[in-house]
Design a protein around this ligand. Structure first.
Ligand code: ZN
Length: 425
């Protein structure tokens, strides 16, 4: 069965980039004005930096605002209970309240579209029967995904987390053709079904999958697609301002940014926006959801902006996958390098068993050296070192000064992937 994916959920996905920027800036100015006038904490924030809302407010002006992170939200809600002074609408407009660890009380107003574009891009349509394995308990995931699927016309099996055997039975009985969950969970479902004696590819009707909550490794994606003939898609979702901030299309090359958010990629230390291609923290300002006076929510996740056009016809910018968390990032010559991203690059070289990036400082310049343990001897050590250096530069945007081979056993089992030896005095 061919999966219909080459159509958009709405026209906003294919407007010109310039038109999108103008529309978003207009909405941003309105959002900031609304937040200032309806949310005590947004007003405090803007007054604190002496910035007044105006019709000319645009995304560059956001840089002046401090970033609010999850830890700040917990503190805010403690000092101004229960919603931290962020509730910007009468309570009667709030349909549901969710409780995230912290605790952080999150809420959802009526009539918002938070996930439909991402499900539509993944191919979910009328007539599909989709099992939702995210929890419906306390957390926003279950209900919000449920609604997004309905907005695409799909029928949802209310599964939630828990009993794998009951899930397998339901998938068989109802001829479920769509799955929402984490990639690891789907793999465990397939394994369990095989243990029970089923031939997954032949007995199950499953064709379409959508993942969030953890990134989909390339090797697992290949297994799903080639061994089990599943179409795969993933999205990057956050719960605080609520929604699929970015989602994959059929090109599966980065995730398109949703029009309803201003997404900045910033230096987490300074809050300044970085250039496309450079790694920084994902910072989100929701434009559609006026019930939260939340401006510049810092997700703590690192990614980079892709501005090249996409073959699918969607005209929005994309972000590359999640490179890691801000706490794991080290700044070298003005750019961030993240352990997970370097590990991703190195996993593509089969001769390499372990590696370490060593950052030092020489003559007022940051030096980045890459140390490598080999598991097998390459045909040519010099060309392998060159190839690794080029790949690191391409993906991490930083060229190692040296790629050195070290003796096998140099690194202990749990060594740091990035060792920062610089001393700042
Ligand atoms: Zn695309």
């Amino acid at each position: 069965m061919a999966i219909e994916r080459g159509i958009f959920f709405d026209d906003s996905e294919s407007i010109s980039p310039q038109q999108r920027e103008e529309l978003q800036d207009l909405k941003l100015a309105e959002t900031v004005d609304y937040a200032y006038n309806h949310s005590r904490s947004a007003r405090n924030l803007l007054d604190f930096i002496n910035l007044k809302p105006s019709a000319a407010f645009n995304r560059k002006n956001l840089e002046q605002l401090p970033i609010t992170r999850k830890t700040d939200l917990i503190e805010l809600q403690k000092s101004i209970p229960p919603f931290g002074g962020l509730l910007a609408t009468p309570l009667e407009n709030i349909e549901r309240i969710f409780i995230s660890p912290g605790p952080v009380y999150e809420y959802q107003p009526s009539g918002v579209q938070w996930f439909a574009r991402s499900f539509y891009a993944a191919g979910f349509r009328k007539g599909d029967i989709v099992v939702n394995t995210f929890t419906y308990h306390m957390s926003p995931a279950g209900l919000l995904f449920h609604e997004g699927l309905r907005q695409c016309g799909a029928t949802v099996v209310v599964m939630g987390t828990g009993n794998t055997d009951a899930l397998i039975q339901a998938m068989l009985d109802l001829k479920v053709n769509g799955f929402l969950g984490t990639p690891t969970f789907l793999m465990s479902v397939i394994k369990r079904a095989e243990e029970m004696g089923h031939t997954f590819k032949e007995t199950f009707a499953l064709k379409k999958t959508w993942f969030t909550g953890e990134m989909l490794p390339a090797s697992l994606r290949k297994t799903f697609e080639e061994t089990y003939h599943l179409s795969t898609s993933q999205a990057y979702a956050v719960t605080e301002p609520g929604g699929a901030i970015a989602y994959e299309c059929e090109a599966k090359c980065g995730m398109h940014l949703d029009n309803d958010y201003i997404v900045e990629i910033v230096d987490p230390q300074t809050g300044k926006q970085v250039q496309p291609g450079e790694v920084g923290e994902i910072v989100v300002t929701p434009l559609q959801n006026k019930s939260w006076g939340l401006l510049r929510f810092g997700t703590g996740d690192m990614s980079s902006l892709m501005t090249e056009p996409c073959s699918c016809g969607r005209t929005s910018n994309r972000i590359s996958g999640i490179a890691g968390r801000t706490g794991d990032a080290v700044k070298v010559r003005g750019m961030f390098i993240v352990a997970k991203q370097a590990a991703q690059v190195m996993s593509g070289f089969e001769n390499v068993s372990k590696f370490q990036v060593v950052v030092s400082r020489n003559d007022d310049r940051d030096q980045m050296d890459l140390r490598i343990e080999l598991k097998s001897e390459p045909a040519d050590r010099v060309s392998l070192a060159e190839e690794i250096g080029e790949k690191i530069q391409k993906i991490c945007r930083l060229k190692p000064d040296n790629v050195q081979y070290v003796d096998s056993g140099t690194f202990p089992p749990a060594h740091k992937a990035i060792e920062d030896t610089r001393k700042w005095e």
